[in-house]
Design a protein around this ligand. Structure first.
Ligand code: HEC
Ligand code: HEC
Length: 413
């Protein structure tokens, strides 16, 4: 496979092992420190931790232009086991689907290949477009036959660090997710075995599957399980970690502005964002009801409840990563928030839209609000500082060449 077919330079995913080990160790150390020292409950007794409006720009720089382990304590609610923000660690590849370069290359081709859909028109990359932050820029996605889906496409960037997957957390792994999407009538609408048979008839694919996975016990080396494994391997190589925030935590203290640092401080303290968006990926990988379920209204989506049927899951969604967030709008599972400012303003008001009023107060079906969401009453300055900080999580632009795809069998069925 020549260089043209690579996503950027793959070297950034395959840093020398030593470096990665160091990174993981460092983030573990950072994690432990924060766990031990910094869990705080905001209360009047802790006012020293709540940013004083009088803390000027220079003071914030003095607080943050130092190793992460020396940053001021972050503030989360009692009982929240939050991990400090920091550099993105290495992805862990599962034992039953270890990394190999040929597997990632095959997965990359499959990710971009519309022959995974029954119509031969939709690829994973149609909705997870590298030029659109590995999402699709739409409120909700369009599937086969331009059918509107119920939800917004989240970014695939960093998905190797996120589990469970999907807004409602219904997929345990990227392998399970890939197999489901291929079979999903609304998305790719390729019924699994048909896709396997279709790819098996393409000699270059057949050879690649044999090379990566061996002949296997099946009649064909191409199976849905193997397709899903290859795609999952590729997705695990799409990682964030080169944002200005990353350079800052690596010691390049001049890359963030005073305003961005004030936003970082608000994020970690007064705004309680780390109640849920914590750790290097800015997610706790947990389900929470943040009040955007539109209960009883057009577009109602009860999230994880639809999967588990458990009352506590009514209106619950998995915390999404905030990496590259500036480029992956519109926001939330329904894509109804068109900007980060609108999003932050909603949080500032305590996500009022999700709090029952009038008759809803007597409706036992109305989803409860997570106790971790507070009415924050942020000032306009704090809101713009927070938005500025979120912009530091943007990855640098890189031109991604789609891989060249094996020739053959390109027809409508
Ligand atoms: C028609 C558009 C569409 C196509 C095609 C599509 N996706 Fe998605 N993808 C979505 C939407 C919408 C969601 C959110 C669905 C949900 O949560 O219920 C999603 C969710 C995901 C997620 C979860 C991210 C997270 O944070 O939980 C990943 C990863 C993903 N898709 C990868 C893929 C892969 C791999 C393929 C190809 C096999 C694919 N997608 C094809 C629209 C699409
Ligand atoms: C109680 C946990 C919780 C807290 C606290 C929280 N979030 Fe979230 N956040 C979530 C969940 C869950 C979602 C997805 C909700 C949905 O789509 O319905 C989300 C979504 C988002 C999104 C949209 C992501 C996307 O890809 O569409 C942004 C941006 C965001 N949060 C920023 C923040 C900021 C900034 C704060 C602090 C002011 C914050 N969050 C506090 C849990 C939380």
């Amino acid at each position: 496979m020549n260089d043209r077919t690579r996503i950027g330079d793959r070297s950034w995913r395959l840093l020398p092992l030593a470096l990665l080990t160091l990174g993981v160790a460092a983030s573990l150390v950072v994690g432990c420190t924060s766990r031990d020292q910094t869990k705080q409950v905001p209360s009047s007794a802790d006012t020293a931790l709540i940013p004083d409006p009088a803390v000027g720009p220079r003071d914030v720089r003095a607080l943050y232009a130092r190793p992460v382990s020396e940053w001021p304590a972050f503030i989360v609610d009692n009982g929240v086991d939050a991990v400090e923000l920091g550099p993105v660690p290495d992805v862990v590849f599962p034992e039953d689907n270890p990394y190999s370069e040929t597997k990632a290359d095959l997965g990359e081709q499959l990710f971009f290949d519309p022959r995974l859909s029954a119509s031969n028109q939709m690829a994973c990359a149609s909705c997870h477009d590298p030029d659109l932050g590995w999402a699709d820029g739409k409120t909700v996605s369009f599937g086969t036959d331009r059918l509107q889906l119920a939800r917004n496409a989240p970014t695939a960037l960093g998905a190797g660090h996120v589990a469970p997957l999907f807004w409602d957390g219904r997929a345990e792994s990227l392998e399970a997710l890939s197999a489901e999407v291929i079979n999903n009538a609304d998305e790719l609408h390729g019924i699994g075995d048909d896709v396997a048979a279709k790819l098996d008839a393409i000699p270059e694919y057949r050879d690649a599957f044999v090379e990566v996975f061996g002949d296997g016990d099946n009649a064909s080396p191409v199976t849905l399980d193997r397709i899903a494994k290859a795609i999952a391997t590729f997705v695990r190589t799409i990682n964030p970690g080169r944002s200005r925030f990353d350079r800052f935590v690596a010691g390049r203290y001049n890359v963030l502005t005073d305003q961005e640092l004030r936003g970082l401080h608000v994020f970690r303290t007064r705004a309680n964002c780390m109640n849920c968006h914590h750790g290097p990926l800015f997610t706790d990988n947990q389900l929470h009801t943040t009040g955007l379920h539109l209960y009883g209204r057009r577009g109602e989506d009860l999230g994880a409840f639809r999967v588990t049927g458990k009352d506590e899951d009514r209106g619950a969604f998995r915390t999404p990563t905030l990496r590259h967030i500036e480029r992956t709008g519109p926001y939330m599972h329904h894509g109804l928030f068109e900007s980060l400012e609108v999003t932050v303003r909603s949080y500032s008001g305590g996500n009022k839209v999700g709090r029952p009023r009038g008759k809803q107060l007597e409706d036992p079906g109305f989803p409860g609000m997570s106790p971790l969401i507070h009415e924050l009453n942020l000032t306009d300055d704090e809101i713009s500082d927070l938005v500025a900080f979120l912009g530091t999580l943007t990855e640098p632009h890189r031109r991604i060449e789609p891989p060249s795809l094996p020739a053959g069998l390109y027809k409508r069925e």
